[in-house]
Design a protein around this ligand. Structure first.
Ligand SMILES: [Zn+2]
Length: 282
């Protein structure tokens, strides 16, 4: 299968569906990340050019770790992505050239204008992928791919977890991915949250987790924590405990500590039993 994960920025896919991406790669499927923006806005001290160059290296390291292809639209600055006709055409051509079986992206309601635009652009392109007279220079697809949304915490309208995935065996990989995004997790995002991570690489890696991952933390305990990437992935499991139990059964469903969750988008292929088995048999 060909799986296309579309984020507005480098690190959007990594934190939301990086575990699923790695699972697909391990099964021999082809996974591609697209960052629609170049990363230029993600720092408070470096210039946009320096930031873009540094993040390109970080994304290359992520691609190597996961075993995926990583595309970045280097001519698209952060904070300026628009769901306009020109970009709709660009994305339609891009998706058709790859011809994915499934796309995962942002919901179009989100705090960040780039995330909203990225989600909207995928929706705008979804039907046009099969319309031959739109962008005739790249052959239209015969049928639309399955389209899913990455998890978010926005409530109006609420995110519903149509698919949940146990990523306990991917925690290490996801933490390593976060650790590779040095300019973001230890610098820019830390700056926006008034945090001062330790300088020593081993110490800051512990800080990055936000909790002791060797011991069980109850859902209530996890819900009370506010910092760290292990905490972030654990919160997805605690939030969708009911769905995890429905999928994996009472015993395993209650034991799962880290999860990823996805919501179905109605504008692509249906999420029927066949597709559920085909794409999410983990
Ligand atoms: Zn983002």
């Amino acid at each position: 299968m060909k799986i296309l994960m579309i984020g507005a920025h480098q690190d959007d896919n990594e934190f939301r569906c990086g575990g699923l991406a790695h699972k697909y790669v391990q099964q021999g499927h082809d996974v591609r990340f697209l960052s629609m923006c170049n990363g230029s806005g993600g720092h408070h001290l470096m210039t946009p050019e320096e930031t873009t160059a540094r993040r390109a290296k970080e994304s290359a390291a992520v691609a190597e770790l996961l075993g995926i292809t990583y595309d970045v639209w280097y001519d698209q600055d952060d904070c300026e992505l628009e769901a306009n006709l020109e970009t709709r055409k660009r994305l339609t051509r891009y998706i058709r050239e790859y011809s994915p079986d499934m796309i995962i992206t942002h919901r179009p309601n989100d705090y960040h204008a780039d995330h909203r635009a990225a989600g909207q652009l995928v929706l705008d392109a979804s039907y046009l992928l099969i319309v031959p007279h739109f962008c005739p220079e790249v052959p239209a697809m015969k049928k639309a791919p399955l389209i899913m949304y990455n998890v978010d915490s926005f409530k109006y309208p609420p995110f519903e977890a149509d698919v949940v995935i146990d990523i306990d065996d991917e925690l290490e990989t996801k933490l390593k991915i976060a650790d590779l995004n040095v300019s973001q997790v230890y610098e820019w995002l830390a700056y926006t949250k008034d945090q001062n991570p330790p300088e020593d690489p081993a110490e800051r890696y512990e800080w990055l987790k936000g909790m002791d991952t060797s011991r069980w933390n109850s859902d209530e305990e996890v819900d009370a924590l506010t910092h760290g990437y292990a905490v972030r992935f654990a919160k997805v499991a605690s939030r969708f405990r009911k769905e995890l139990i429905a999928k994996y059964g009472e015993v395993r469903g209650n034991k799962i500590r880290y999860a990823e969750a996805f919501m179905f988008c109605e504008y692509g292929a249906p999420l029927n039993e066949e597709n559920m088995k085909k794409f999410f048999n983990f």
